[in-house]
Design a protein around this ligand. Structure first.
Ligand code: NAI
Length: 463
């Protein structure tokens, strides 16, 4: 019996998350016909279970903190409580408005056919969905990632949860242990503390957010200490037991911690199992799809984008890779994406934002004596004083060369990353940035002043 035919397209995309839908929209703009296959909702992890809802949660936390701390600004207010139903309604409202916009955008494109269902790669140019075959002159794998756990640690969704469950909590827990002091771990620790949860973070590595510059980790740890967020670093998890009221977690050294919940945030694994990838000859490494720098898998015209490709698992990387592959397919020969030029923001309180190399990585690459750094303290920045935030802008440069790393800590510094990424990606010299006028008083001025100082002409700082 022959399979019913789903049709032939220029591009068949498996997965409608950040990477997949960006590829679909760009391909459609370039007059390519697209089948976009998605088993759940268009928008994927970032929109429904990741970036967007977590940042809404963090913003609700910020409102709670500002209410608690309003007296510092001479404003009398009292925090009566955090109503999770209300927080969730706000969060879900944000997600559903964005989802509506996205489905409208995709639905409005005559070149995109959305296929609802679970797809499987059954040939180098074919994806099957519910018995129908969709053939693509090109295929893009964009199946994203899932919350990993560690062997022997069972997630039950009640007491031992992942970030997906944490986003759906209908109550504010009294206490929580967060396993993993990476990005997800510190963002939830931060939001929960703002809601009044007694939080402890457990991290195996010697510092929180270990991928960031060491000074950023230290500043976050100082701020967490001040906020009363407990953390244990250099302490791998050993075991968890259920108690009458929650969980009992044992960590390296035998210390036992108790709490109502355990959030497992030990990384995200690529969703690539049982999708036919290996059968078609696509090479995997620990589940990640191996590609060349043009995101080709080496099998037929199969490409891969987003969290299944080794590297930073960030939505904006997925968007850019999706756009890149669409342009590659259309013969536009796009420039290869530089992973170091991808900005990174952690939306905890305080925020962390960085682009380029850490001081340690720069020293490895250029030699310790060739790397210069400058740390501009936000204490000298008027707007940061007004906001009562502390932190810094740290620049890493090559001696007599460009800025190769920017690392920032403080409230709202995530919004400064746009300028920092231009500085890095345009290989700017401190003296060139020092020439640009920054509005006063803004936090962006701190970036300007750091470059003034590094160029040897500090204004509100020492050289
Ligand atoms: P992660 O890789 O950032 O952090 C996981 C942490 O868990 C690591 O520090 C690791 O050392 C620790 N860990 C692993 N096993 C452990 C054990 N047995 N005991 C104690 N600690 C252990 O992964 P995370 O935070 O789960 O985030 C997943 C991905 O999602 C990341 O790639 C991240 O970039 C992305 N994401 C990005 C956000 C942003 O850009 N703001 C927000 C949230 C997630």
């Amino acid at each position: 019996m022959s399979e019913p035919n789903g049709g032939t397209f220029d591009v068949v995309i498996l997965g409608g998350g950040s990477g997949g839908y960006a590829a679909a929209l760009r391909a459609a703009q370039l007059d390519l016909t697209v089948a976009l296959i998605e088993k759940d909702k268009l928008g994927g992890t970032c929109l429904h279970r990741g970036c967007i809802p977590t940042k809404a949660l963090l913003h609700a936390g910020e409102v709670a903190d500002q209410t608690r701390e309003s007296e510092q600004f001479g404003v009398k207010a009292e925090l009566i409580g955090v109503d999770m139903a209300g927080v969730n309604a706000y969060k879900n409202g944000v997600v559903s408005r964005l989802f509506k916009g996205l489905t409208g955008l995709i639905g409005g494109s005559k070149n995109i056919t959305v296929v609802n269902g679970a797809g499987r790669l059954v040939g180098p140019d074919t994806v099957e969905v519910d018995g129908k075959r969709y053939t693509g002159r090109n295929v893009i794998l964009a199946t994203g990632s899932y919350s990993r756990t560690i062997p022997g640690l069972e997630v039950d969704g009640q007491r031992v949860i992942t970030s997906e469950h944490a986003l759906e909590l209908d109550r504010v827990p009294a206490s929580a242990i967060v396993l993993g002091g990476g990005v997800i771990g510190v963002e939830f620790a931060s939001a929960w503390k703002s809601f009044g949860v007694d939080v402890t973070v457990v991290e195996a590595l010697p510092r929180l957010v270990a991928a960031e510059d060491e000074e950023s980790s230290k500043a976050l740890e100082r701020a967490f200490r001040k906020r009363g967020i407990a953390f244990k670093v250099g302490k791998p998890f050993e075991k968890v037991e259920h108690t009458d009221s929650g969980v009992k977690v044992t960590i390296a050294g035998g210390e036992v911690l108790e709490a109502e919940l355990l959030l497992v945030a030990v990384g995200r694994g690529p969703t690539t199992a049982n999708l036919g990838y290996e059968e078609q000859g696509v090479r995997l490494d620990r589940g990640f799809v191996l590609t060349d720098e043009r995101l080709r898998t080496g099998v037929g015209n199969i490409f891969a984008v987003g969290d299944i490709v080794p590297g930073l698992q960030l939505a904006h990387r997925g968007f850019q890779q999706g756009i890149f592959v669409a342009e590659e397919i259309a013969g536009r020969n796009p420039a290869v994406i530089d992973e170091n030029g991808i900005p990174r923001v952690t939306y905890s309180d305080p925020e962390l934002a960085s682009v380029g190399l850490t001081e340690a990585k720069a020293k490895e690459k250029y030699g310790a004596d060739k790397v210069k750094t400058y740390n501009y303290n936000l204490g000298g920045n008027g707007k940061s004083q007004i906001l009562k935030t502390t932190g810094f802008v740290k620049l890493v440069r090559v001696e007599d060369g460009p800025v190769v790393g920017v690392h920032m800590v403080g409230a709202r510094v995530g919004e400064l990353i746009g300028e920092a990424q231009l500085i890095f990606n345009w290989e700017a010299y401190p003296a060139e940035v020092a020439q640009l006028v920054h509005a006063h008083p803004t936090q962006g001025e701190a970036l300007g002043e750091a470059h003034l100082a590094l160029a040897g002409k500090p204004l509100h700082a020492h050289a």
